[in-house]
Design a protein around this ligand. Structure first.
Ligand SMILES: *Cc1c(COP(=O)(O)O)cnc(C)c1O
Length: 337
């Protein structure tokens, strides 16, 4: 496997740190918790999409695109990082935001990631919840092409085999870091949504024969659909790497018990996990992804699913900007969360 074969533009501050969470581990009574700080990728407050955009934006430039189009929910971290990357590279950026939650709170609609999209000069256009966002993007792109522009369409979350290479790269980085400090990683846990992060990690970790199992904590789809999405993309990513047939269904595991009422809708477990990690580790998680991911990890630890001496790495995928879109969630009494 040789990632240097694929066009890439450096956008992130890499490698990101791999750090122990001693206070949180002690508080929970084991296992040994570590955190891989992909919230520190640096681009416009960071997050996991930056790694994907290193490969996606390189492809856009290779195709001589002059505008990138992408889509996400109102508080999309992917949209914000895409807007920043486009700004840095001198490309125009058009973002379609889907109103998946229906929240009317002006903070949700205007602050956090939406504020930053606009600061980076992106054009923002809203769509109702349930819209076929891929079709919406294609319609906009066809319109631009007819007017002589060269649009490059990035799927939601940057999740296709090109974007997933960013998480193949993260797998290489993590395995090398762990080897350097003599850390045997027993499990890697993270929040999974549009599937590119888990697909890239699984493809990379299996290609390396690392023996590190990945557990995705779902934030939207039910388990069968989430696992099917990740598996399909992991297979395509492996094929893109020149390793067709590498991935088997048992390599892909998602737990979707922590979604709550739906994508982007706060849960009590999320609020408690965000508060706990903020108070014990001085680290901010986010309300839509890493907070629910950590809520799942904490609950599974409580159920005794991990050995006390095991080393668990939680991949922090970023998203803190979204906290500013959810001021109410953290002020509500827990029973309403
Ligand atoms: C997009 C995102 C995820 C999920 O990654 P996918 O590749 O879409 O599965 C997790 N955490 C944060 C903060 C994100 O923005």
């Amino acid at each position: 496997m040789n990632l240097a074969r694929f066009p890439r533009i450096r956008l992130g501050h890499l490698p990101t740190p791999l750090e122990p969470m001693e206070a949180l581990s002690r508080h929970l009574g084991g296992p040994k918790l570590w955190i891989k700080r992909d919230d520190c990728t640096g681009l416009s407050t960071g997050g996991n999409k930056t790694r994907k955009l290193e490969f996606l934006m390189a492809e856009a430039l290779g195709l001589k695109a002059d505008i990138v189009i992408t889509q996400g929910a109102t508080q999309s971290n992917h949209a914000r990082q895409t807007a920043a990357a486009a700004a840095k590279l001198g490309l125009e950026c058009l973002i379609l935001l889907e109103d998946r939650t229906g929240y009317a709170d002006p903070a949700y609609r205007m602050s956090g990631n939406v504020l930053m999209d606009k600061l980076h000069g992106a054009q923002v256009s809203r769509r109702p919840g349930g819209a076929d966002m891929q079709a919406e993007m294609e319609a906009v792109a066809a319109n631009l092409t007819a007017r002589g522009r060269r649009p490059y369409v990035i799927p939601g979350g940057g999740s296709n085999p090109v974007g997933a290479l960013g998480y193949v790269n993260a797998a290489l980085e993590l395995v090398a870091q762990a080897a350097e400090i003599g850390l045997r990683i027993d499990h890697l846990v993270h929040a999974t949504g549009s599937a590119g992060t888990q697909a890239g990690l699984v493809a990379g970790l299996v290609a390396l024969n690392s023996g590190i199992p990945v557990l995705g904590i779902g934030v939207r789809a039910p388990k069968p659909r989430q696992e099917a999405n990740v598996l399909a993309l992991a297979e395509r990513t492996a094929a893109h790497l020149g390793l067709p047939g590498l991935i088997r269904p048992e390599h892909v595991v998602a737990n979707c018990d922590y979604v709550g009422q739906g994508y982007g809708i706060p849960t009590q477990g999320m609020v408690e996990a965000v508060r706990l990690v903020a108070e014990k580790e001085g680290i901010l998680l986010d309300p839509v992804y890493s907070g629910k991911g950590m809520a799942g990890l904490i609950d599974l630890i409580g159920q005794g699913r991990f050995g006390k001496e095991e080393n668990i790495v939680f991949l922090h995928t970023g998203g803190q900007a979204g906290l500013f879109g959810y001021p109410e969630a953290f002020g509500l009494p827990p029973e309403l969360g």
